[in-house]
Design a protein around this ligand. Structure first.
Ligand SMILES: [Cu+2]
Length: 193
């Protein structure tokens, strides 16, 4: 009769150990997965850009705060010029701006490639190359369409006009090129602004 209580204690100890193992491994897996997401480079989604070669129109899905990168101060998960949209000179550029950030308001404008980066909205590099509410930003899930003609070649920035956001890294690049025949999107080295 003395055997049963001892077995009972042993069983409790085994269950406790199994429980601790489960907690330890269960907690470890999601933490590693989160860490990997934070360091993995953002992939370019082929749905972000479409080209109409008949009407010479490039249409770009510009998504503010797509990920948590840089405190959500990013476009399409990219910051500091690490994404470049290239369009042929003379094409019409349509940007469907959407604010995916659940916390902060954001806006967007195409500006000259200036040093240092502005801390406030500035005059866009092309007429109408900006969203509404440049300084105050559009709220979460706010949308606006930008439409302009890329009639000057060169390097430009797609910049959030909410004070401080662009200077904190919320900008990507627009290149207007006379030597390409169709638009493209590419990951590019971080800029030094
Ligand atoms: Cu912003």
């Amino acid at each position: 009769m003395k055997v049963f209580p001892q077995n009972g204690v042993l069983m409790v100890k085994l269950f406790c150990f199994a429980g601790m193992l489960a907690v330890a491994t269960g907690a470890g897996v999601p933490r590693d997965a989160v860490a990997q997401r934070e360091v993995a480079p953002q992939a370019i989604d082929s749905n972000w850009l479409s080209a109409d070669t008949a009407s010479h129109t490039a249409t770009f899905e510009l998504i503010a705060g797509l990920t948590g990168l840089n405190g959500a101060l990013n476009f399409n998960g990219f910051r500091d010029g690490e994404l470049t949209l290239t369009v042929p000179l003379g094409w019409t550029v349509v940007m469907h701006f959407r604010n995916h950030d659940g916390m902060l308001p954001h806006s967007a404008e195409v500006i000259e490639d200036v040093h240092p980066l502005p801390t406030q909205p500035v005059t866009p590099a092309f007429p109408r190359a900006s969203t509404i509410r440049l300084a105050e930003g559009l709220p979460s899930e706010g949308r606006d369409d930008i439409r302009f003609i890329a009639d000057k070649g060169g390097s430009y920035l797609i910049f959030c006009g909410v004070p401080g956001h662009g200077a904190a890294g919320m900008w990507v690049r627009l290149a207007v090129s006379g030597s390409v025949r169709k638009p493209s999107l590419a990951a590019t080295p971080a800029g030094t602004h």
